[in-house]
Design a protein around this ligand. Structure first.
Ligand SMILES: Cc1cc2nc3c(=O)[nH]c(=O)nc-3n(C[C@H](O)[C@H](O)[C@H](O)COP(=O)(O)O)c2cc1C
Length: 188
């Protein structure tokens, strides 16, 4: 799958099939994280692949993380604060997003998880003090099978590029006005 197609096809998947992720597929996804860039090439990360159902359950305390009992794989991204005090969060995030795109290209569904209690996750997985839990990823085959062409074509609820972009120097987005219909529209 072309990288643009993978970026477009990706969406947060919260409903998973119980089918396990084959070892070779998982390894390719993890490799995509391993070779990602980091500040000064410090690689200040550690990833825990959580497959054991009991341990996965221990990660579901967050309000929006309940479906981690369903996803056959959870990847917990840890940032090493000692190795890179300044960039461990950015570097670990980049590696996790590489895994997300690779997983999409492999036909897997993923969902970023920021809804967790760090102290509880660390206790459940025996994570040493020096690491921060940056984020977790749910991963597995989506329950609902979507044809790849329609996944790519699916509209995305995002701000328009012109509202989030300037060239050469910062330009504030034009203010929105409320149309008589009540809908927000751009001021002309
Ligand atoms: C850093 C981060 C944390 C997130 N945390 C959660 C979460 O805890 N639970 C959840 O269901 N979705 C979570 N999401 C998914 C977002 O809600 C989702 O990416 C966003 O609504 C856009 O939808 P899409 O991913 O389907 O395009 C998170 C996304 C990011 C990037």
């Amino acid at each position: 799958m072309d990288v643009y197609d993978a970026i477009r096809a990706r969406r947060s998947e919260r409903d998973y099939d119980s089918k396990p992720v084959p070892e070779d597929v998982l390894n390719r996804v993890l490799e995509a994280g391993r070779i990602s860039p980091s500040a000064s090439n410090y690689q200040p990360w550690h990833f825990i692949v959580v497959r054991d159902p009991e341990r996965r359950k221990a990660l579901t305390d967050g309000r929006y993380a309940k479906f981690l009992t369903q996803s056959p794989v959870v990847i917990v991204g840890l940032g090493d604060t000692k190795t890179s005090p300044e960039w461990h969060v950015v570097d670990t995030t980049i590696a996790l997003q590489h895994m997300v795109i690779a997983a999409t290209a492999e036909g897997l569904g993923t969902c970023w998880i920021g809804s967790f209690y760090e102290d509880r996750v660390k206790a459940a997985l025996g994570v040493p003090e020096r690491y921060r839990v940056v984020a977790m990823l749910a991963m597995g085959y989506p329950k609902e099978k979507t044809d790849i062409r329609s996944a790519i074509a699916r509209p995305k609820n995002r701000k328009e590029l012109k509202r989030i972009l300037s060239f050469d120097k910062f330009a504030p987005p034009r203010p929105t006005v409320r149309a008589p219909s009540g809908r927000l529209r751009r001021k002309q």
